[in-house]
Ligand binder design. Sequence first.
Ligand code: ADP
Ligand code: MG
Length: 394
Amino acid sequence: MKLDTKHMRYLSAEDWRTLTAVETGSKNHEVVPTALIGQISGLRGGVHKSISALAKVGLIARMRNAKYDGYRLTYGGLDYLALNTYRKRKDVYSVGNQIGVGKESDIFVVADGKGVQRVLKIHRLGRISFRTVKANRDYLRNRSSGSWMYMSRLAALKEYTFMTALRENGFPVPEPLAQSRHTIVMSLIDAFPMRQISSVPDPASLYAELISMILRLAQYGLIHGDFNEFNILIKEDSSPTKKVEDIILTPILIDFPQMVSVDHANAEYYFDRDVNCIKRFFERRFRYTSDAKGPYFKDARKLIGKDGVQRLDVSVAASGFSKKMAKELEAYMKEMGVDGDGDPNAARGDEESDEDEEDDEEGEEDVDDEPSNIEPVVEDASATNGRTKSNDQG
Ligand code: ADP
Ligand code: MG
């Protein structure tokens, strides 16, 4: 889904208040009655003008078939509310290119007021692939339409909370910068997903580094759950010798909404799947097979809490992402068939088949690779206009 910010600067203060009122009203109403919008916004009769302005640009949608006249927030409306929060807090000044389209998220390059590029990840959990629509139709009928919004918020909150905890404990992950509603802002990693790397000088050492990251996660009580070539970005730093074979490759881990505790009922399954994703990818892409068997979950379990490290699966619950939230999100993701980038049944545009992976090195087809058209969130965009795509940052 595109993120069209062009209407943002034309919204009046009353329009924003009205939009916020629809959001507040959605917490208890699937369709927010017009009268309630007037009441919450404090604009009363004056709210109608704003309602039509918001509906006209698709930030709220009229529900005609409901028992009463009312509106619901659209994804576009929720996007605007999040962006407005970032704008006020000076976390985001302008929005640029879309650099990723996942099944359940959209990724954009944004910039702060100084022109420093960042990444905005928008979770869109209600967006289901056509393959799963039928299976989920009955389920969706029994849910309030607000659930996509709530679940996308949970996914963003979970991702932000885990990214923060991992970063604080020295894991190579992007720097979490801000969170609002169904979105997060993080530092831009100047790197490509491993999926797009055709060869590396020393597969054995990169493999060892990735396996040790899986084990180190277990030491801290965690399993990534989607540890694969899409979610590992490979940073290339030239070495002092300037020789190609000496380039230093640093893997950066991203994408955390599906992380689980080592105490999860299916922990062993997720652990093995993470390990096997890496093994399989290294065999196919780099023709590298490790001599060592494993690692196995029973060995990883012995590392939990080793050297007195904090168990992050426990501490995240205390820092805002509760066990109840974790359960709700997991149940929803399971019902919706959300199983990460490595899901063999995933309906991704860039999904490779076993045989012809070499033909498809370009990676994500939907990615906008043109020079950036950075759209200002506020009126004066002079500071960021003309900046270019994500990989230009040095
Ligand atoms: P999804 O949940 O849709 O898989 P990801 O978090 O894995 O979303 O991001 C999708 C893609 O966007 C990644 O494969 C990567 O190419 C890009 N991306 C995400 N976060 C960053 C970042 N912080 N820096 C650079 N690129 C990123
Ligand atoms: Mg991903």
